[in-house]
Design a protein. Structure first.
Length: 255
C-alpha cells in the first residue's frame, strides 16, 4: 500500500503527469496522504489519471498543489471527500476548478492566490456545497467558503450570514465588494491581502469582525461602518493591520 506518495519536486519538472501510467508500479494504488505532494512544482501544467488511483482513504491534501504556478487544470476524482487547507494555494495559472459531488469537507484558503481562476464550479449533486456567481458557498447559502482569485467585483449574495475564514484571502485583483445586509460575521483573515481593495462598507448587520479580516489590504483607505463601530466585536489594530485606513485619522476619531 502506498501510504505517502511524495515525489521529490525536482523530479516533477515536467509539463504534465499522468497518474494512470504509475499504477502498474504498485500492487495497491491506494493513497492516503497527499499533503505537499506537488509543492513548488513550478513547471507542472496538468495532472491527469488521479481517477485511476484509490483516493477514497485520503485524509490529507493540505497544500498538495501549493505554488504550482504553471498548473492550469486538474481533475479532482469523484472518490475525494475532503480538500485540505491551501490545496491550490497560489496556483496562479489555474483556470478550472470543479468540486465533485463526493466532497463533503473543504478547508480554508483552498484557492487563495489563484489569480487566473474566475469561477468555482460545484457538481449539482453535491449535498454540502454550491456555486453562486462563481463563489463557493455552503449548500444552504449561509456561508461563503471561497472566492476565486480572478474576480475583480463581487456582490455577496443575500442570505449569507458568515464570510468564512480566508474566503477572499489574497484575491489581489478584487477592487469592489458589496457586503449583503444579511452578513453578521466576517471571519478571521476573510479579506487578508486584497491589495486592490480601496474601500469597504460594513453593513449594520455585522456584529463581529475577526482577527486579520482586512489585514494587508494595502490600498484600503476608506472603511464605512453603518453601525457604531464600537458596538462591533473587533480588534481594529489586528483586523485592519497594514492598511492605510488604520493609520489615518478616520480609524480612531476623537470621541
Amino acid at each position: 500500500m502506498v501510504n505517502d506518495f511524495n515525489l521529490e519536486p525536482n523530479y516533477l519538472y515536467t509539463l504534465n503527469i499522468d497518474f494512470s501510467d504509475m499504477g502498474d508500479q504498485y500492487t495497491d494504488s491506494r493513497v492516503e496522504d497527499m499533503s505537499l505532494m506537488f509543492l513548488d512544482c513550478s513547471e507542472l501544467t496538468t495532472i491527469t489519471g488521479l481517477s485511476d488511483w484509490d483516493t477514497s482513504s485520503v485524509y490529507d491534501m493540505n497544500y498538495m498543489f501549493s505554488d504550482c504556478c504553471s498548473l492550469e487544470s486538474v481533475m479532482i476524482p469523484d472518490s475525494i471527500t475532503s480538500i485540505g487547507e491551501g490545496a491550490f494555494y497560489e496556483c496562479n495559472s489555474l483556470t478550472n476548478a470543479i468540486i465533485p459531488r463526493s466532497v463533503d469537507t473543504i478547508d480554508v484558503a483552498v484557492f487563495s492566490g489563484c489569480l487566473s481562476l474566475e469561477n468555482i464550479v460545484v457538481d449539482s449533486g453535491n449535498a454540502y456545497y454550491k456555486s453562486v456567481d462563481g463563489l463557493l458557498l455552503s449548500r444552504d447559502g449561509s456561508e461563503i467558503i471561497a472566492c476565486p482569485g480572478g474576480k475583480t467585483d463581487v456582490t455577496i449574495p443575500d442570505n449569507v450570514l458568515n464570510i468564512g475564514e480566508d474566503a477572499f484571502s489574497w484575491c489581489e485583483l478584487l477592487a469592489n465588494v458589496i457586503i449583503a445586509d444579511s452578513v453578521t460575521n466576517i471571519d478571521e483573515y476573510a479579506f487578508v491581502g486584497c491589495s486592490s481593495l480601496t474601500n469597504i462598507t460594513i453593513p449594520y448587520s455585522v456584529v463581529n469582525i475577526g482577527v486579520g479580516a482586512f489585514a494587508w489590504c494595502e490600498s484600503l483607505e476608506e472603511v464605512l461602518f453603518e453601525r457604531d463601530r464600537y458596538e462591533i466585536n473587533v480588534d481594529f489594530k489586528s483586523a485592519f493591520k497594514g492598511t492605510p485606513w488604520l493609520t489615518s485619522g478616520d480609524a480612531f476619531p476623537p470621541s
